[in-house]
Design a protein around this ligand. Structure first.
Ligand code: GLV
Ligand code: MN
Ligand code: MN
Length: 409
């Protein structure tokens, strides 16, 4: 039934995976050339599906399928990726949304559909997340314009270079009036659906997260001449901190904490490290627990630095509270699944999604698609064409149900 549409979605995900900043593997940080190229290709597909397109102040690509009436349903996800990424994280949601609009073949709905292809969800370049959806949702905090990437390029500069307008980002959101909700299709990135032998599931909520940049400063010196006693080795302080992060998260039920990035300076094998910087990604379903764990790690970083006569800094780059999905909109997804004869599986999301940010603007709902072995943020990320066909079917039906809700017969 949706075999042809699913085949197109798979082919498009495959094609986009060839557009990357890195020669080996997929990597599309915010504002880079490959991101610009992907936007061009995807906007062509949006036009073929009957949409008009535009870019907002940060460079999110927005497709619009005009309907009758003033109301708008938003579908979408993100087109940026992590480093050495898979083909489907974010991309699948945008491709399924376009496929569902394409299937309307010009038919008029009692509302319009916007397909939002967000320019930054992963936060790879600036160590934050949801930059794209925060602008679209009208909640962008302009303090973030000062953030710098690894090369010292500010977000404000990156937005300008990408053709956006940093001065318009705070007020650059979609109008909140007349929104019917936001629905995102996303790969599960975990093993639950596969373990239950189910193609799709509905998300109950998205857990909270903190992202921090921490650094330790010591004294750089000669590896052969400075005695071990009395060294101020920033990398050793960092190593101690990383193991504390792991120990703490293992001891706290439902907590996950990751140091995924580290830079040692000056970075030579015969030089004691004078400075080391690390990222921290900390998540928990309960905001209070996450805040307690974050404060604990901040205190431990200070203790570790002091015990080694090192300095340290602690910059909280972003915090996102836990976000429940909207019961009414999720109820329509459930109804859509039931009407296709699918068992309904409800799952909390460990990963962050644009839906968490969109929740400040309108009712959010997320449909998960099974992914092989639950692997994600990894080139091995894999979904089947059959499961994608099921997801398209559910979203088709979901759009019909939103229309029926608008025009009760
Ligand atoms: C997004 O993929 C996240 O949860 O980090
Ligand atoms: Mn994603
Ligand atoms: Mn991701």
């Amino acid at each position: 039934m949706n075999d042809a549409a699913a085949k197109t979605v798979m082919e498009r995900c495959e094609f986009l995976s060839s557009i990357s900043e890195d020669e080996e593997g997929i990597c599309r940080p915010y504002g880079c050339e490959s991101m610009r190229e992907v936007n061009g290709v995807v906007s062509g597909w949006m036009h073929s599906a009957g949409m008009t397109t535009k870019y907002d102040a940060i460079g999110n690509l927005i497709g619009r399928y005009e309907g009758e009436g003033e109301e708008t349903l938003i579908l979408g996800s993100h087109l940026d990726t992590v480093r050495d990424a898979g083909k489907y994280d974010g991309i699948l949601g945008v491709m399924v949304a376009i496929a569902c609009v394409e299937k309307l073949v010009g038919g008029r709905l009692p509302f319009s559909i916007e397909v939002a292809a967000f320019a930054d969800e992963e936060g790879l370049r600036f160590g934050t997340t949801y930059l794209g959806s925060s602008v679209y949702a009208g909640v962008f905090d302009d303090e973030r314009l000062k953030l710098e990437d690894r090369d010292g390029v500010s977000l404000a500069r990156a937005v300008r270079d990408f053709g956006g307008n940093p001065d318009a980002m705070v007020d650059g959101g979609i109008k909140a009036d007349g929104l019917l909700g936001y629905c995102e299709v996303h790969i599960e990135q975990g093993p639950v659906l596969e373990n239950r032998d189910l193609p799709v599931g509905v998300v109950t909520g998205i857990q909270s997260q903190s992202r921090v940049q921490a650094s330790f400063t010591g004294v750089a010196g000669h590896a052969g001449t400075v005695p071990m006693e009395g060294r101020k080795d920033a990398l050793c302080a960092t190593a101690e901190f990383i193991l504390e992060v792991e120990r703490m998260a293992k001891d706290e039920p439902d907590a996950v904490a990751t140091v995924g990035e580290m830079k040692a300076l000056p970075g030579a094998s015969n030089v004691i490290s004078g400075e080391a910087r690390v990222s921290l990604d900390l998540r928990h379903p309960d905001d209070e627990v996450r805040e307690r764990l974050r404060d604990h790690l901040e205190a431990r970083a200070a203790d570790i630095a002091a015990a080694r006569n090192c300095g340290h800094s602690w910059e909280v780059r972003q915090e996102n509270i836990a976000v429940p999905m909207d019961e009414r909109l999720t109820g329509l997804l459930v109804k859509a699944m039931e009407s296709s004869g699918l068992p309904v599986c409800r799952i909390p999301s460990g990963a962050g999604h644009d839906a968490a940010q969109m929740a400040v603007l309108t009712a959010p709902a997320v449909l998960f698609v099974r992914c092989e072995d639950g692997i994600s943020h990894n080139p091995a990320e894999s979904v089947t064409e059959g499961d994608v066909a099921v997801a398209i079917d559910v979203i088709d039906r979901f759009i019909e149900l939103v229309a029926e809700m608008r025009n009760p017969t």
